[in-house]
Design a protein around this ligand. Structure first.
Ligand code: MLT
Length: 398
């Protein structure tokens, strides 16, 4: 009889956003006349920018001619895109090398796949609440997780406890779901802690494009020492509206080396390269051609205009809570607004209340962890019209 990976028995029945979609679809089937506004999953609504579309078209045209046709590409990504990302980092005053950049189909896949490089017996430190992918992928591998509390007392920015050891640390900043963002001093404390513990930080910077405060770092590699202890994951999903197009990148520094029990030092860059060349055949040339357009001057300006649109939505939602005297987090430097459910309601109860009463869909905090039980998340990724209508409905209800 085939033996299964029974760690799957330790997972919740369904992934958070599948559960939400299931509940919303059931409500919609029972109430076909109601207009539902979805501010739950952080999915973009603006079309791809004209430069990106042109880049995609160029990719398609290249595939139509034998001179420019591409078969299998490099598993690490085409040089033109890796170099464009290096330039982007340089413009933000962070030095990286093209060999450290690996193109992927998004940060979700890579934050899950990276677990391939690590032994089962690591102490995994994950903040609670957190993007559920970090927890679920480690649970699938049978790893024990140590949680660190993110809560109102620490402004949802937990700091390391020097008396608690960790081997692998997950940090997402600006944070999904809370919208909180670490400053340089705080991240430096995490880097120093990782170096002192011979630990590795898995840093998810998928929301870096929402940072407007120049004091906040857009990359962990802006912090001294980080190249010896961190891997960074980023995505074009939110930066350039690629949630459906799929493209991201992972930076694995050359300096990141770990001594093994066999006394051989291993390079994580070499390991990730080995893993990717074995299990991944790269992102399609057409998509990478579109992705490269994001980093041109014109492409970046157009993508920033879309991000600014979502930032304004987030501000509109945040202002609604400020007006109502409801304490919230995020809304600036982040597309997410995280707030305490009114009247002591639990988050799934509030989810049903909001859906039934005003047909607005959000994300229950409990889906991100124990500390989210009484919190709720809304996103700025809707259309302006829907955001304004959702806010008007919520204002009336609360
Ligand atoms: C979210 O809503 O938390 C994100 O859109 C999920 C993701 O990026 O995979």
């Amino acid at each position: 009889m085939a033996k299964l990976n029974e760690n799957y028995l330790d997972l919740k029945d369904s992934y958070l956003f599948s559960e939400i979609a299931h509940r919303v679809n059931a409500y919609s089937a029972a109430n076909p006349d109601k207009k539902i506004i979805r501010l739950g999953i952080g999915d973009v609504t603006r079309p791809l920018s004209p430069e990106v579309i042109e880049g995609l078209h160029k990719g398609v045209d290249d595939m139509a001619s034998s001179d420019t046709f591409k078969g299998y590409g490099p598993e690490q990504g085409y040089e033109f895109l890796r170099n464009a990302i290096v330039d982007y980092y340089n413009r933000n005053c962070v030095n990286i090398d093209a060999k450290e950049v690996f193109i992927s189909d998004g940060a979700k896949s890579d934050t899950g796949n990276i677990t391939d490089l690590f032994d089962k017996d690591n102490v995994i430190l994950i903040p609670d609440p957190v993007y559920p992918v970090y927890v679920d992928t480690n649970t699938m591998n049978g790893r024990k997780i140590t949680y660190i509390n993110a809560n109102a007392e620490n402004n949802f920015l937990p700091m390391p406890d020097p008396n608690v050891h960790a081997d692998i640390i997950y940090i997402c900043s600006p944070n999904n779901p809370t919208g909180a963002a670490y400053n340089k001093e705080q991240l430096k404390v995490w880097v120093d802690y990782a170096l002192a513990n011979d630990a590795i930080i898995l840093y998810d910077s998928a929301y870096e494009c929402f940072i407007t405060d120049p004091e906040l770092p857009k990359s962990i590699f802006a912090i001294e020492g980080a190249k010896k202890c961190a891997i960074e994951f980023c995505s074009l999903s939110k930066t350039a509206g690629f949630t459906g197009t799929r493209c991201g990148y992972t930076i694995v520094p050359m300096d990141l080396k770990v001594m093994t029990s066999r006394g051989v030092e291993m390079s994580l860059n070499a390991m990730w390269n080995r893993r990717q060349s074995t299990k991944f055949n790269g992102v399609s040339y057409i998509v990478q051609s579109g992705a490269a357009a994001v980093f041109t001057e014109e492409g970046m300006a157009q993508c920033k205009a879309n991000v600014a649109y979502y930032q304004e939505n987030a501000k509109i939602i945040a202002e609604c809570f400020a007006k109502k005297g409801i304490r919230y987090y995020g809304g600036v430097n982040s597309p997410y607004i995280w707030f305490e459910c009114p009247n002591g309601m639990e988050s799934w109860e509030f989810f049903d209340y909001l859906l039934n009463e005003v047909q607005v869909v959000g994300t229950p905090g409990a889906g991100f962890g124990e500390n989210g039980k009484y919190f709720f998340r809304l996103t700025g990724f809707g259309s302006r019209e829907n955001t304004l209508e959702a806010v008007a409905r919520i204002e009336k209800l609360l």
